[in-house]
Each structure stands twice: as structure tokens, then as C-alpha cells.
Unconditional design. Structure first.
Length: 84
């Protein structure tokens, strides 16, 4: 199996893993009184077909009691390109 097929299969799971990891890191830093700055998270095309990205991001931010403005969402170019 091609590495690209494997990556595509796990793409949405990887994005959710990164979202959770970054959110936990921001929450931990805030709790420790350390500086907290916004962090960019990439959203891929597969996220829009497999999950509801807005719902996932909102629920994750709320779970960690984060200001939603701390999570900057970047939509990858392939997410908006139409398949030929």
C-alpha cells in the first residue's frame, strides 16, 4: 500500500490528534502561568467528509476551557480544490 493512501486514511485522525495535543498544551501553559499565544492547526479535505471540523474544534476548545481565538484554523489548499 502506498504511503499516500495510508496518510489519507489517517489524515482526519492525525488532525484531531494535533488539535487535542495543541489544546492540552495551551491549557497546561495557561494553568502554569506561562505565556500563551495562538497556534495554527491545519484542516485537510478529508476532515470535511469524515467529521464536522467546526464542531470538533469548538468542543475541543471548550473541553480545555480555551479562548477560541487561540486556535487559528488553516484550511489546506487541497481542501478547497475540486477533484477532476
Amino acid at each position: 500500500m502506498s504511503p499516500w493512501k495510508i496518510l489519507f486514511y489517517y489524515d482526519d485522525k492525525l488532525d484531531l490528534f494535533v488539535l487535542n495535543h495543541v489544546s492540552k498544551m495551551l491549557a497546561d501553559r495557561f494553568e502554569q502561568g506561562k505565556p500563551v499565544v495562538p497556534v495554527s492547526i491545519n484542516i485537510s479535505r478529508s476532515d470535511f467528509t469524515v467529521i464536522d471540523p467546526v464542531k470538533e474544534i469548538t468542543q475541543t476548545a471548550d473541553r480545555y476551557q480555551l479562548n477560541h481565538q487561540l486556535l487559528c484554523i488553516e484550511i489546506t489548499e487541497t481542501a478547497v480544490m475540486k477533484s477532476q
